[in-house]
Write a protein that binds this ligand. Sequence first.
Ligand code: FAD
Length: 382
Amino acid sequence: MTSRSRVAVVGAGLAGCLLACYLARRGHRVTVYERRPDPRGGTAERGRSINLALSERGLDALRRIGLDKQVMADALPMRGRMIHPVAGPLDLQLYSAGGDRAINSISRGALNNALLDAAEAADGVEIVFSHRLVDLDPATGAMTYQTPDGEAHADADVVIGTDGAGSAVRGQLLAHDLLTESLDFLDYGYKELTIPPVDGDFALDPGALHIWPRGTSMMIALPNPDRSFTCTLFWPTGGTGSFASLSSPAAIERHFATHYPDLPPLAPNLVDDYQHNPVGLLGTVRCGPWQANGRIGLLGDAAHAIVPFYGQGANCAFEDVVVLDRCLDDTGDDWARALPLFEERRRDDTEAIAQMALANFVEMRDKVASPVFQYGRKVEHA
Ligand code: FAD
């Protein structure tokens, strides 16, 4: 199976769309299957991260297909982390000594839409929405999709699962005894809350990633182009001192006034957000091998989902695409050699970031508040 293959990419998320662009550039014919309807023009799913920190690894992958400038047009550079203690002044800890290096807050929806547009515009790419993969024959590449009109059947020379942490492609390989997996869920979940603009402007410094380190809980906030901030509260999912322990509006108000006292004045919809936004799960997916029969592969979160504390899951998925592209270069587009080579080149790096992401949770919820991290410029309360 060399040169112009018929490739099915399952999942039109961040990794799937970027992969389609790269494969089209190589001359492959790509069909991308996505379980959701076309998100362009629609609204974001409530409770999925609304914004992402995009760093150089991800930007590099976008730059190689000329998408970086478009994506960065609406990006908000964050040059450091702003620590919000329970009492006392805010503390800006710069990411680089001169404050000249930054990570970028970008809208997940806008990024996905830009990638969908780019994939759709690429020669040889078709995107099929409202198709949920429910069955896959790893030997032949025959697939069954659930659609609003009933079952649909398709096949391909090569099938790549970019269908996220709960990957159906991975599930199919597991069901055929072609893969083993371990899923390690934290006993922490996350909930999104909003800080709207104040008089049309940002309520906090938009040039920083805001962190409220509280030991057993933590909240972060990233700026959005509409001058709001999206906060993500990380907290245990059960027991006392958990999401479940705040059951009334008064309890919610009391909790935030005590532990996050600068938030309630900035978040008029706090109680409503808290009561109605879902609690998302956080976990690490490890599995292997990432390919079967030289024709079915996994990439992005489907192969190695990580907890979000390093802000690197999407960056890492983008980097996967660049590495797979190189493997195809090095094997003359021989998928049976390229897919195992991809895993060989990528596995140690993805395991390293999985461990660093877990370690960064401890740093962000605890250590950033300790004096040893106080090397940044002190600033007054906003
Ligand atoms: P996904 O983005 O999950 O896309 C999978 C796609 O497959 C979806 O469109 C889905 O609808 C589709 N799909 C699923 N099942 C099927 C099926 N059966 N058939 C067809 N289609 C299917 N990463 C960063 O780099 N920076 C950050 O700051 C950051 N912050 C995060 C904050 C939170 C709270 C969370 C939870 C994650 C964060 N991440 C971040 C991680 C990032 O979101 C993921 O790593 C990234 O989305 C992975 O991309 P993907 O394309 O592999 O999977």
